[in-house]
Design a protein around this ligand. Sequence first.
Ligand SMILES: C[S@@+](CC[C@H](N)C(=O)[O-])C[C@H]1O[C@@H](n2cnc3c(N)ncnc32)[C@H](O)[C@@H]1O
Length: 273
Amino acid sequence: MTLGSEAKNHGQRGLVLIEDLSNGKERFAVPVLLSPRQKVDPAVFDYFRYSPRIVDAKKIIQTQHSPSGTGFDCSCQGTCLDEFGCDCSSRVYGKDGRVSNVSVLMKATVRECSSSCACDLWCGNRVAQKGPCYPVEIFARDAKCGWGVRSSVDIPEGAFVGEYTGELINDDEAALRKDNTFLFETVIGMETYTIDAKFYGNYTRFINHSCEPNVKVANVCWDACQDQLVHMCLFSVKEIETGEELTIDYGDAWWINKKFPCLCESSSCRYRP
Ligand SMILES: C[S@@+](CC[C@H](N)C(=O)[O-])C[C@H]1O[C@@H](n2cnc3c(N)ncnc32)[C@H](O)[C@@H]1O
């Protein structure tokens, strides 16, 4: 992590606290920007460890789920795409790697090709597994909401914008965690697990809630294993302009028992008294 001993000016966008929170682990730098007008506590960056992938410290995937035996593999030569009549295509991604109909994303798990498929790495059914390519920055939103994430470029609709990463833990351990702010449920096979991004994760754990979000979470699989880990993958559901904040809907289960109102400012806000 590059911590600026003196925050540097970053054009109009703010002062750079950290030049690249990912420390070279993403295709692009993930700067953290302070604002002279918005005081936000930077203490999180003292303990937060950046991980572009799920952290399986308890070896849940390795020991509890068979690494062999694929639930899904193809024998295609070259690329898999719906338009080539390929049966293994998830029928979600277009030729440009974007989702043409974002409403289908939330309906069923998207099965991308895996290492046990015969197709090439550039097959059209491998998108989220290759990692994000739209640069973002973490910025001081305001004292109440804390940090937020905004785009550094224009993002088209249907684009993959990142995977929610963090520590993979079982439900018993999740129940013991004191802070449930960063918990996100996932599944492996028939069992439910939790991803906790409080201490380990990537920029997606800084994405704030909106009742009218521009990003939605979809279930995506790409591991060559019968009981595949379902990755929580974020896709833009509308065009996002440079400088616009990325937001997701945390859902009713997250907002239950929260002692503060939603500050999303949407006219259709559901969590404001
Ligand atoms: C997953 S974190 C998002 C990153 C967070 N802003 C930070 O600085 O670490 C969720 C927390 O952000 C704040 N937050 C996010 N969206 C909000 C909203 N719409 N209204 C109020 N607070 C929000 C709340 O403090 C919430 O507990």
